[in-house]
Design a protein around this ligand. Structure first.
Ligand code: S3P
Length: 450
């Protein structure tokens, strides 16, 4: 787990063109859900292309602790023998979810309506993050929770032995909270209804339907109304995990800002609830093409071709798009530094409660590299300097946040001077092959302690 070991300082030096093919790992959101839903089905679920990052491996361990048989067959090929909805065993020890908010929040939801008790913890980053957003709705099902002040981990959840279904309007745009409530609803009798005002990533809804649950989604004036019928028998599935658009963001953005680059990032899901960054980059004038557009497993998929884009311009990012690119604002802010003019990002309060306060972490690091940033509670503006004019030269703190570390490594590829981070170890939570993959394209990213 990141944050438990020795920090890994890393430096990215200005490099020549990035060229070639970037085969990024499997989707993190879908990988977590494959393991959790596999554990709640009866029989064997097969998973191909699972992301073997630390976050997902922690979820695999957790599913074993709840009684599922989880086997690694090598090469991203895994199987899960599930225990069925309501079949979780009580874990013998504390569940350590490492750095993963998705892992802990989804698992808390999934166990909240079984009559068992479990205690959760995580690394220094996760133990600072708000959990009341999950413990509030699961209390409505009848689950109890005791954690540290401010609803922080470590935390014990006493599942509801006799759960009741709920109707819950999610107060913030969060797929984790929506998913926690839906997973809790699986073992409640009757219908659980979840309403979200803004659409967030919909993998849980799609996958629940795939596993045979009765689930419907209606777009209404109130928002998206999701109705799930409880206590289904989930049927095991064979899942091919698509590649992660949030990981694709790094080679794509690196190619856009690095002179002469031409990089192909094959097989990326363009589900509209995830693809906001790519639309935004095109609005900024990026040379980003969708090749070989097709449908796979009911999802739009394309190969992304990203080329150096010398005439990027700052834009005001449509706030309605925020949820569909929430994890991509850090790397977008790096691209914005290489654009001419201001990039304005509004309606992004959620960035303050991610693995780090991402507005604060990026603003500080960008300033250390000679880029001006203005910020407020739920907005920030990056004052772009234009291509060739970004000084770099700073050593930034990654705050145990993989996306902060990778964003500054991308910045170093095209800045005038190298860019360093104090600790690149969190990169292994979501993108364990980041360094060799970027090196294969021509980047010069090194561990600076060597
Ligand atoms: C995720 C949802 C998002 C995202 C996270 C993955 C998911 O978090 O930031 O990386 O898989 O459901 P929120 O639900 O907190 O927005």
């Amino acid at each position: 787990m990141s944050g438990h070991g020795t920090p890994i300082p890393m430096t990215s030096r200005p490099c020549g063109p990035l060229t070639g093919e970037a085969n990024v790992p499997g989707d993190k959101s879908i990988s977590h859900r494959s393991l959790i839903l596999g554990a709640m089905a009866v029989g064997e679920t097969r998973i191909f292309g699972l992301l073997e990052g630390e976050d997902v491996l922690d979820t695999a361990k957790a599913m074993r602790a709840f009684g599922a048989e989880v086997t690694d067959h090598g090469g991203g090929n895994w199987s899960v023998h599930g225990v069925g909805v309501g079949g979780f065993a009580e874990p013998e020890n504390v569940i350590d979810c490492g750095n993963s908010g998705t892992g802990v929040r989804l698992i808390m939801g999934a166990m909240a309506t079984s009559g068992i008790t479990a205690t959760f913890t995580g690394d220094a980053s996760l133990n600072k993050r708000p959990m009341a957003r999950v413990t509030d709705p699961i209390a409505l099902f009848g689950a109890q929770s005791v954690g540290r002040s401010g609803g922080r981990l470590p935390m014990t959840i006493v599942g509801a032995a006799d759960p009741v279904p709920v109707r819950y309007e999610v107060p913030m745009p969060s797929a984790q909270v929506k998913s926690a409530v839906l997973l809790a609803g699986l073992n409640a009798p009757g219908q659980t209804v979840v309403i979200e005002k803004e659409a967030t990533r919909d993998h849980t809804e799609r996958m629940l339907a795939g596993f045979g649950a009765e689930i419907s989604v209606e777009e209404t004036e109130e928002g998206r109304v999701i109705t799930l019928t409880g206590q289904p028998e989930l049927k095991p599935q064979t899942i091919a995990v698509p590649r992660d658009p949030s990981s694709a963001a790094f080679p794509v953005c690196a190619a856009i800002i690095t002179p002469g680059s031409d990089v192909l990032v094959p097989n990326i899901g363009l589900n509209p609830t995830r693809a906001g960054l790519f639309t935004t980059l095109r609005e900024m004038g990026a040379d980003l093409a969708y090749e070989n557009e097709r449908e796979e497993g009911g999802e739009p998929v394309a190969d992304l071709r990203a080329k150096f884009s010398p005439d990027l311009k700052g834009i005001e990012v449509d706030p309605a798009r925020a949820a569909s690119m929430i994890d991509e604002y850090p790397v977008l802010s790096v691209v914005a530094a290489f654009a001419k003019g201001d990039t304005v990002m509004k309606g992004v309060k959620e960035l303050r409660v991610k693995e780090s306060d991402r507005i604060d972490a990026m603003a500080k690091g960008l300033r250390l590299n000679g880029v001006e940033v203005e910020e407020g509670e739920d907005w920030w503006i990056v004052k772009g300097l234009g291509h060739g004019n970004v000084p770099g030269g700073g050593t930034c703190e990654s705050h145990l946040d993989h996306r902060i570390a990778m964003s500054f490594m991308v910045m170093g590829m095209a800045a005038q001077n190298p860019v360093s981070v104090d600790d690149g170890s969190p990169i292994a939570t979501s993108f364990p092959i980041f360094e060799p993959l970027m090196a294969s394209l021509g980047a010069d990213v090194v561990r600076s302690d060597r």
